[in-house]
Design a protein around this ligand. Structure first.
Ligand SMILES: [Mn+2]
Length: 380
């Protein structure tokens, strides 16, 4: 059987042990073995079966196997391992972005201590989740909330530290969750370095709740936390939203344009009305135009139609199709805007042998890599 040989660079790689690496030094194609065949079956241990090392990668993915506050159905903590495995089956040539693999990306090892923290924290959270939220005056619930919130702070600190290390050596950070609470620390670090940062959130849910079920850092509160605790985020653009509460809607409407929502039904109604100004290409342009110059993409897999993510924690009917998302990302990639980081969250694998959710997740990840790396000048 043909194989995907190692792309590992000999020890002369440009990585340094100390200090900042100049951005230009990091942003170059990694070493690829001359006999590397991108069409061969994957043999490398890394993402998409490649063996690019974290030290030489231009983009580094932080895997976060954490889903302590998932309310409906846990399982996204197994997302990183499942997507990593499924990625080895994805063909490396991409119609929209060409040879994405050449641009140089890698994923950090999946941290066992974070998986353990997730398990322990989920056990603590369970009585509160089962009760439908913390009951006032319930001391056991209060203790559980304190434990969960402390674990979330620890997780945020872990993600922020990983993001800082990647940014300090001039590489681009990305994150593979985990539930949607996991990228908070990454967004905070990026906003620090890119004031006015815009976030493009693709999601079924608004995630604008103020502390869901009593958990400060719930997956359902991520963008309330981002917008209230990270003032350097200039704008949030939400796409595909079809599940939200009245307070979430009011929070977005009261944001004076800092939050712009492209509701799923509103986009569909435009398409149903017909005409070139309501075509998906026009809607995609409107979405991209609403973003500032520097962009972070936050991709919740449940933004897609549920047939693309049947095991995700909180599926909702409606949503974007895969080609629609691919088109939107390509419009962004050619807009002159710069994607400075991204996350992919809420991918939950099915029963052993059912690779569908992870297969879709891996393909979305490859498109996110292509889009990001093109806007960074690393792909044509
Ligand atoms: Mn969601």
């Amino acid at each position: 059987m043909p194989t995907r040989p190692s792309t590992k660079r000999p020890s002369t790689s440009a990585s340094t042990k100390s200090g900042k690496r100049a951005e230009s030094a990091a942003r170059r194609a990694p070493f690829i073995a001359p006999d590397f065949d991108p069409d061969a079956a994957a043999t490398g241990d890394g993402l998409f079966g490649l063996s690019t090392s974290v030290d030489e990668a231009n983009l580094v993915v932080i895997p976060v196997p954490y889903d302590a506050t998932t309310s409906y159905r846990p399982g996204t903590a197994r997302g990183p391992a499942a997507v990593l495995e499924a990625s080895k089956q994805v063909d490396l040539e991409d119609l929209q972005y060409g040879p994405v693999w050449r641009a140089g990306f890698a994923m950090l090892p999946i941290p066992k201590e974070i998986a353990a923290l997730s398990k322990k924290t989920r056990t603590a959270a369970e009585p509160v989740i089962e009760a439908g939220g913390a009951e006032p005056g319930n001391r056991a619930h209060a203790r559980a909330l304190a434990a969960v919130n402390a674990a979330s702070e620890r997780l945020n600190a872990h993600v922020a530290a990983e993001a800082r290390a990647i940014l300090d050596r001039g590489a681009i950070p990305a994150l593979l969750g985990g539930d949607h609470s996991t990228p908070f620390g990454l967004i905070r670090e990026l906003a620090e370095r890119h004031p006015g940062l815009g976030v493009l959130q693709i999601d079924a849910h608004a995630d604008l709740r103020e502390a869901f079920e009593g958990f400060t850092y719930s997956h359902a509160s991520i963008y309330h936390n981002v917008m209230t605790r990270i003032p350097k985020v200039g704008k949030l653009v939400q796409v595909g939203i079809r599940d939200f509460g009245s307070r979430e809607r009011a929070f977005a409407e009261g944001s004076r344009g800092r939050i712009e929502v492209f509701y799923d039904q509103a986009m569909r109604d435009r398409q149903f009305a017909g005409g070139p100004r309501n075509a998906w290409s026009a809607i995609s342009s409107d979405i991209v135009k609403s973003l500032p110059k520097e962009v972070y993409i936050s991709f919740d897999i449940d933004g897609l139609t549920p047939d693309h993510c049947p095991h995700t924690g909180t599926p909702v009917p409606g949503g974007l199709t895969f080609p629609e998302v691919c088109h939107l990302l390509e419009v962004l990639s050619r807009s002159g805007k710069k994607v400075v980081g991204f996350d992919l969250c809420e991918v939950a694998p099915g029963a052993p042998g059912d690779e569908w959710d992870a297969n879709v997740g891996a393909r979305v990840l490859y498109k996110l890599l292509g889009c990001t790396l093109r806007t960074q000048g690393l792909l044509r």
